[in-house]
Design a protein around this ligand. Structure first.
Ligand code: 13P
Length: 291
């Protein structure tokens, strides 16, 4: 039985200086692929769905597949709801069996962010077996239904993090530090390492309390990822790269086999391609053999 919360998985990571990949999936082939890659690497794993795939497939279906795979896997696996702005939908996914919930009230003012995040924390903690992620500052780019233009994105103010964590009771914090959802427009995006280091020191300097989450994994140079891990980045979210891999692998296969009508072969090609991407991330993050 290897059902786990993201906090269960991330506490040892934060204490031992490695990070764990949190991979957004949009369908069941991707979901199986990320599990297979993590099992091969003996790496702890966080599977994520944003709200659109959760609504399309249904949280109960996703939880049933997650549980079936996780219960027979020799690694801890969490199922995380990503960037949900709706407190009631967070609660519904918690009821269905997600083991980590992200309430994203980061576009609200500080007090409203605290209020909504607290409501989700209280609900999930009362249910038990669920950890909660909050966001402070706003990450730019497009993730699912949420679009934040660069000018409106605001980095996390370190002076607010201790108060935010204490008043909301969150288990994980995603501070905006300059990373962005989607594809970076430059090869070397401006990431505020010092801000993350400072936030990590404030929250976890005298013992890990709240592991830190880095959004916008796709396109970050390997060196940037390693530097972010070194200053406290512990959960790395990767979404766009998996979507592109799915679409490109499907397109390439169909283009080369236009007269063939065998969906199973397309599924296999997609699964292999996604597995390779996930395995590469696990190597970069240092979580292989940590399960
Ligand atoms: P990318 O789409 O840039 O990989 O970002 C993923 C993410 O942060 C999901 O929360």
């Amino acid at each position: 039985m290897t059902i786990a919360t993201a906090k269960d998985i991330l506490m040892p990571a934060a204490q031992n200086g490695y990070a764990v990949g949190a991979f957004n999936v949009t369908n069941l082939i991707q979901l199986e692929a990320v599990v297979e890659a993590a099992v091969e690497k003996r790496a702890p794993l966080i599977i994520q769905t944003s709200v659109a795939p959760a609504k399309f497939l249904g949280p109960h279906v996703l939880v049933a597949v997650y549980r079936a795979l996780a219960e027979s896997a020799p690694i801890p696996i969490a199922l995380h709801l990503d960037h949900c702005e709706d407190v009631v939908y967070c609660q519904q996914c918690a009821d269905a069996g997600y083991t980590n919930i992200m309430i994203d009230a980061s576009k609200q003012d500080f007090e409203e962010n605290v209020r909504r995040t607290r409501a989700v924390s209280d609900y999930c903690h009362a249910l038990g077996g669920i950890s909660v992620e909050g966001e402070l500052g706003t990450v730019s780019g497009v993730e699912d239904q949420i679009k934040v233009v660069e000018d409106e994105a605001a980095l996390c103010n370190p002076a607010q993090v201790v108060e935010f964590v204490e008043r909301t009771g969150v288990d994980l914090l995603a501070p905006a530090i300059g990373t962005a959802h989607g594809v970076y427009k430059t090869a070397d995006p401006r990431v505020d390492f010092e801000r993350l280091r400072c936030i990590n020191e404030l929250l976890n300097g005298s013992g890990v309390r709240v592991p830190l989450v880095v959004h916008g994994g796709t396109g970050l140079p390997v060196d940037t990822v390693r530097r972010l891990v070194a200053v406290g980045g512990c959960k790395f979210n990767v979404s766009t790269e998996l979507k592109r891999t799915l679409i490109d692998a499907t397109f390439d296969y169909i283009a080369a086999h236009r007269d063939e009508y065998n969906p199973g072969k397309i599924d296999k090609v997609v699964k292999d391609a996604v597995r390779r991407v996930v395995a590469h991330w696990i190597d970069i993050l240092g979580s292989a053999d940590k399960a």
